[in-house]
Design a protein around this ligand. Structure first.
Ligand SMILES: [Zn+2]
Ligand SMILES: [Zn+2]
Length: 744
């Protein structure tokens, strides 16, 4: 029986307390030897009677670890007596960058333990929790390569760090009030408060209705109580967009319905924002005028302390940056950018090396891949070339594929903004350095005008490497599966093969050979992008009838405006053609008078969904047509059905509006599902995959799922990658990888 060996463990084994775990188990089972971090693997040399038992527990790892492989080789050299944790050494980088972890229960207990040395300390952490990615400069994850390096451990912290029986044995983020980072409260003029407890003072100010910039783990939030919501909206100029809230755990159930899965997620090491269905759809309207509300639980020591002093049970906690722009990370920048928006600033003196927004999840599907999840590492075989995917434009991020792993960065934002594009550059540079990557290929969107496309071309030119354009919706499907499938991609906008605006597409095949076999009927977008901002334009594009012109006139459109709109559609002037699902939902929202102007991404369709959530759907007729191999669903016919119901409805009757909204979504989803099942039967394919931002819509997604299984086909949807554009950089890598393999 084997009683000695050299064990190599690969996977998420850094920043998760792996070495102390190995040490404790070795002690327990009476083994001697060493454990050492090598880049992103851990090497253990061990000998002892119970070696095999040891190997067994090591293979399972501590709670936060994710183990890809455990290899055992013979060990010939002698090991000394006892068991030692050796200093880290550089080694192979297989893509392990640990994400930030919410404060664990044991550390929360320490923070509130009377007389304990962590009492009231906001940055209390251990091997099981605390910042990781947001403080990392370089791998392996050791204190000297993080922004904790400027805080030398005090004797008490150093003793815990060395103590194998302590939870903070080798905890790289260990800190206490004597040696760690500290909090400071400033007013808007930059004057420092000399109060003895900045957290208590912040809580008092929040309770009094003040708006405060709070520097957290990955960037600045703006925080205030619900009563200050209108003032916050006024200051930010964001009158419609819902805010996320941080909720005291005991108050959660009074606000929203929470399933067991959602509760587990809210309490998981990730602690994401979870989009929940409100108990009363009209409640908390100042925070969210949808039927849903994004909630998270306190996830750092600072949050727990704040809520212990605060008398209000919830805080609006929104990223301090404008939507689509990068998180604000340093205090000077915050004071400059938030001047006039925040009354006070609560900050700390530990540098945020890598910014990271809060992750957002709805119904178990990732909307924003960020804190706690990203950098996300996926084991996948895309060959031996190193591939960079730079993502699309809205909701961009970056993915690097090397040696069997794809690593996706946290959410970057809308790279149409130059500052966000800079952040994308920075993110790519950081991933490259952390992973030691040398790109062989850059994959990017097919859209020639995207700044991310130009960035990819620049990178390719500089390094003299190939760049591969990937059609947006094919990237969505490639991110979902590499197997043969019928792929449904439904979202707002993506540049199509023919230069038109795609967004309601059905593909057949296997990445990279995904043939477009069905789509929504192409309809005009009068005024191009203006039709996205003003969905009533889209409505007339889909239904160019005098009755719609009359409806628009009744909403205040002038004769001249209507004349221009009519001319645009009649003659095709300044009109783009689109098969976008999002634009069709927008138009229905406009028809029902639910949303006339889009002030944030997805607004008209989200408001339509909230109205539909209170309605009961009925089946309408679906009209299909075919040209060659391609089938289309008539969205014009759906809009006509909606208009006919609207005509019959009593004026101002909310319930009929809700029913029409529900029916519209339901029948659009049925139609899309039918395009897919028809394509599946025609091509003898058994699996239907779904991706795209519209798939977050509960009724649309569940109707499609239902129809697919009714047709006895397998339904595939990703819970690991976002359904929206956050999956595109990963999908670009998959597409490029399969294309390169095909060429060989
Ligand atoms: Zn902890
Ligand atoms: Zn200390």
């Amino acid at each position: 029986m084997r009683n000695r060996g050299r064990i190599i463990v690969r996977g998420i084994v850094q920043g998760v307390g792996f070495r102390p775990f190995v040490y404790a188990k070795a002690q327990e089972l009476g083994l001697s030897g060493t454990v050492q971090n090598l880049g992103s693997e851990v090497e253990i040399k061990a000998t002892g009677e119970r070696f095999l038992d040891f190997l067994d527990v090591i293979s399972r790892g501590p709670p936060l670890a994710r183990i890809d492989s455990v290899q055992v080789a013979d060990l010939f050299e002698p090991v000394g007596s006892g068991f030692t944790i050796l200093p880290s050494a550089p080694g192979a980088l297989t893509g392990m960058i640990p994400p930030d972890v919410a404060t664990c229960d044991a550390c929360i207990a320490d923070i509130f333990h009377e007389g304990g040395r962590y009492k009231g300390y906001y940055a209390t952490s251990c091997t099981n929790c605390g910042p990781r990615y947001s403080i990392i400069g370089q791998l392996p994850f050791d204190r000297e390569r993080t922004s904790m390096s400027v805080f030398p451990m005090c004797p008490a912290c150093a003793a815990e760090y060395r103590d194998p029986h302590c939870r903070r044995h080798h905890a790289q983020t260990i800190a206490c009030p004597d040696c760690g980072p500290v909090l400071t409260l400033y007013d808007a003029q930059g004057r420092r408060s000399d109060c003895c407890d900045p957290v208590r003072e912040t809580a008092d100010l929040l309770d009094a209705g003040r708006i405060i910039g709070v520097r957290g783990m990955g960037g600045f939030h703006i925080a205030c109580i619900e009563e200050s919501a209108d003032e916050l909206k006024r200051r930010l100029g964001r009158t419609e967009q819902p805010f996320a809230v941080m909720v005291r755990p005991d108050a959660l159930d009074t606000i929203a319905h929470v399933s067991d899965d959602e509760r587990d997620l809210l309490n998981s090491p990730v602690h994401p924002i979870v989009v929940l269905v409100k108990r009363d759809p009209s409640a908390h309207a100042g925070i969210s005028n949808l039927h849903t509300i994004g909630c998270m639980l306190p996830y750092t020591g600072l949050h727990h302390l704040l809520f212990s002093y605060l008398s209000h049970p919830l805080l609006i906690m929104t990223s301090a940056n404008m939507p689509g722009y990068p998180m604000i990370t340093d205090i000077d920048h915050a004071m400059a950018k938030l001047s006039g928006n925040a009354d006070f600033f609560l900050t700390h003196n530990r540098a945020i090396v890598n910014r990271c927004d809060d992750s957002v999840i709805r119904d178990g599907y990732i909307i924003r891949l960020s804190r706690g999840i990203a950098p996300r590492r996926t084991a996948i075989d895309l060959g031996n070339r190193c591939i960079l995917g730079v993502g699309p434009e809205l909701n961009a991020n970056a993915t690097v594929y090397c040696d069997g792993f794809a690593i996706t960065s946290p959410h970057v934002g809308n790279v149409r903004n130059p500052s966000t594009l800079d952040y994308l550059r920075e993110t790519v540079a950081r991933l490259r350095r952390l992973l030691g990557a040398h790109f062989d290929v850059v994959a990017h969107d097919l859209h020639p005008q995207f700044l991310s496309t130009r960035f990819a071309q620049e990178l390719a030119d500089e390094a003299d490497i190939e760049h591969i354009p990937v059609q947006h919706h094919r990237a969505h499907i490639a991110a979902t599966t590499m197997e043969p499938c019928i792929g449904i991609a439904i979202d707002g906008v993506g540049y199509g093969d023919d230069g038109s605006v795609w967004g309601g597409e059905v593909f057949c095949g296997q990445a990279p050979d995904l043939e477009r076999v069905a789509h929504l009927e192409p309809v005009p977008m009068p005024g191009g992008d203006l039709a996205t901002r003003f969905p009533e334009r889209m409505l007339y594009g889909i239904l160019p009838e005098p009755e719609i012109l009359g409806l628009l006139a009744s909403k205040g459109w002038s004769e001249i405006e209507l004349g221009v709109l009519k001319k645009q559609v009649d003659r095709g002037i300044n009109v783009a053609m689109t098969s976008s699902t999002g634009r069709v939902l927008d138009a229905a929202s406009a028809l029902l008078g639910i949303c006339r102007e889009r002030t944030y991404d997805g607004e008209p369709a989200m408001k339509l969904e909230s109205a539909a959530a209170q309605g009961t759907p009925e089946e309408w007729d679906l009209i299909f047509s075919s040209t060659g191999r391609t089938e289309t669903l008539s969205t014009r016919a759906l809009m006509e059905s909606a208009l006919a119901r609207l005509r019959e409805a009593p004026a101002g009757d909310r319930r009929s509006l809700h029913d029409i909204a529900a029916s519209f979504q339901f029948n659009l989803a049925r139609g899309i599902a039918r395009l897919a099942t028809n394509a599946a039967h025609k091509n003898g394919i058994r699996t239907v995959a779904l991706s795209g931002g519209v798939a977050y819509n509960h009724m649309v997604r569940e109707t499609i799922r239902h129809e697919i299984s009714r047709a006895s086909l397998d339904f595939l949807i990703s819970r690991d990658e976002p359904l929206g554009d956050g999956c595109v950089s990963f999908g670009q890598c998959v597409y490029a990888g399969t294309l390169l393999r095909q060429r060989n």
